[in-house]
Design a protein around this ligand. Structure first.
Ligand SMILES: NC(=O)c1ccc[n+]([C@@H]2O[C@H](COP(=O)([O-])OP(=O)(O)OC[C@H]3O[C@@H](n4cnc5c(N)ncnc54)[C@H](OP(=O)(O)O)[C@@H]3O)[C@@H](O)[C@H]2O)c1
Length: 310
């Protein structure tokens, strides 16, 4: 079968046609993958960054995380899924070894994690772009516990997680400020951002100019350490981040996305009823997946880069 493989540490991701098809264990589901998306973690794996953090890697590694597809076969102990079911989810970046990924024509996942029924009426191409960013956005907005009228600062609002988190925050009644590029203005306003700030400017000052008392909450999707925007926060502000930028203390939550069935079903409901829209910036053919990763790292991102697998 075809898969996007990293052969050895530092090797460029490449399409290989001769990858052995996986066989499902008793508690596993074999899925034919139709759609996926590019995520920053894929680039981190390809660049060996996770290896540098001490995570064990078994090469060749199949890149990567999101998928939507159709059940091809279910192991003898699987009760919830049958051939022909449409399913979606994301595979963990390390389980516990960095090895398996979703950029393959066929993947296996256990029935307990990384799989749920695909949302009703949602194109698999959209469902496949949604899981990691969507669950991250939901977890972050849950942690911020927003109320009507709260002021939220989102750094990284134009990206995969940010473009979804903004929609959820707007639905909760928050006023959203977002540092971004001029070309993001219309895109972000349509998603629910009220104040687009120049991201290369003095963001703290720009926030204080608009909200002198400081913001109630911060979602930081950009920085890897806390503190960048602390001077823009009210003393008791809540902070959430999937990049470790929340720090420690009351109201500060470092978010980790988990592909549990419960989380996937919650995301699926938001997609199915139209509450959450997945803005797809571009769709790449399977063989172009490495180009999607290069674009994610080197070009400006608005929403998700989707991958058509089969
Ligand atoms: N812990 C978890 O479970 C988890 C889950 C999901 C994501 N994450 C992490 O969360 C981060 C965001 O993920 P993502 O998928 O949303 O990434 P993404 O799609 O690459 O989006 C990041 C966005 O932030 C923008 N940006 C960069 N610097 C900025 C700045 N100074 N001010 C405002 N915006 C800025 C980027 O613009 P440019 O394209 O111009 O740089 C891009 O639009 C990544 O580091 C990812 O690895 C962690």
């Amino acid at each position: 079968m075809r898969a996007i493989i990293v052969d050895s540490q530092g090797a460029a991701p490449a399409l290989r046609e001769d990858v052995p098809e996986p066989t499902p264990a008793e508690n596993e589901v074999l899925v034919r993958v139709h759609a996926s998306a590019a995520n920053p973690a894929d680039n981190s794996i390809a660049a060996g960054i996770l290896a540098g953090m001490g995570l064990e890697h078994e090469y060749p590694i199949t890149l990567r995380r999101d998928y939507a597809g159709v059940v091809e076969q279910a192991g003898a102990a699987v009760s919830g899924y049958r051939p022909g079911d449409q399913v979606y989810g994301f595979v963990l970046h390390a389980n516990p070894i960095v090895h398996d990924g979703a950029w393959a024509e066929l993947i296996t996942v256990t029935q307990e994690l990384s799989i749920a029924p695909a949302p009703d009426g949602v194109d698999l191409a959209i469902a496949g772009a949604a899981p990691l960013a969507g669950i991250s956005a939901i977890a972050a907005i849950d942690a911020l516990d927003l109320s009507e009228g709260d002021v939220l600062l989102v750094a990284g609002a134009a990206g995969g997680v940010g473009s979804l988190a903004v929609q959820l925050a707007a639905r909760a009644g928050a006023r959203i400020l977002a540092p971004a590029l001029p070309e993001d203005e219309e895109f972000l306003r349509e998603l629910g951002v009220s104040d687009v700030l120049a991201r290369e400017g003095d963001v703290v000052q720009l926030v204080r100019d608009r909200v002198p008392e400081g913001v109630d909450a911060l979602l930081d999707l950009v920085n890897y350490a806390p503190g960048t925007y602390d001077a823009a926060l009210k003393p008791d502000a809540r902070v959430a981040s999937p990049t470790g930028a929340a720090g420690d203390g009351p109201g500060r939550t470092n978010v980790m996305a988990t592909p549990s069935r419960e989380n996937l079903e919650r995301l699926g409901a938001l997609l199915a009823d139209g509450t959450l829209r997945i803005p797809v910036q571009a769709t790449y053919r399977f063989a172009q997946a490495p180009e999607a990763l290069a674009a994610l790292a080197g070009e400006h991102t608005q929403g998700k880069r989707a991958i058509h697998i089969s």
